[in-house]
Design a protein around this ligand. Sequence first.
Ligand SMILES: [Zn+2]
Length: 225
Amino acid sequence: MNLPVPDNYIDIHNHGAIAIENVFTVENLIASEERTPDETPGLTYSIGIHPWYLTPENHKELIKKVIIFSKHANVIALGEAGFDRIKGPEINLQRDIFEKQIIISEEIKKPLYIHCVRAWDELLAVRKKMKTKMPWLVHGFRGKAELAEQLISRGMYISLWFDFAIRPVSTPLIKTLPPDKFFLETDGGDVSIVKLYEKVAVDLEMSIQQLKHLFFSNFINFFGT
Ligand SMILES: [Zn+2]
């Protein structure tokens, strides 16, 4: 299994990452894709059933695949999984498959990446009902400080949506987030993780080196590595 070193830029969530010197990436595998968690320098993996690609026909087969892949040494997390009220099947199927992935995450003791669009109440209700112990990472976050605070108080970490984090509009939120509870990601977008670090280092009045150490220590804490 690959792990980052303190000097790496950490891209906590990506799709289609390639090995880049000094960048460590958690590459996401969507269970409906044909890809596998192959050993690649600078990469480790998450695997999950994304609500966009979930159907009444494919979920049994996809859960089997997630169970098998989640045991792989190169897979460090479950997900992205969760709720989407804009795109995806009806909410009861989404909840059922999300809960199944929570059970896998808890059993195998690997944290869970969350995709959540307009379903925060659902997400919080499931977290409470399932009495989850593993930390969750809400990826692609661009909500308000109050919502971030609520999620963090329930054992979640936040990864900021790249297109939000890079813009000045995100600065007030970044300044209020607990520094030990968030991450940066490129999510398959046309943006460099180095540029994201540069922007957030200015927001937090830190050097790039300090920011690298912050996100490295967040990585260690979140994954318990
Ligand atoms: Zn993603």
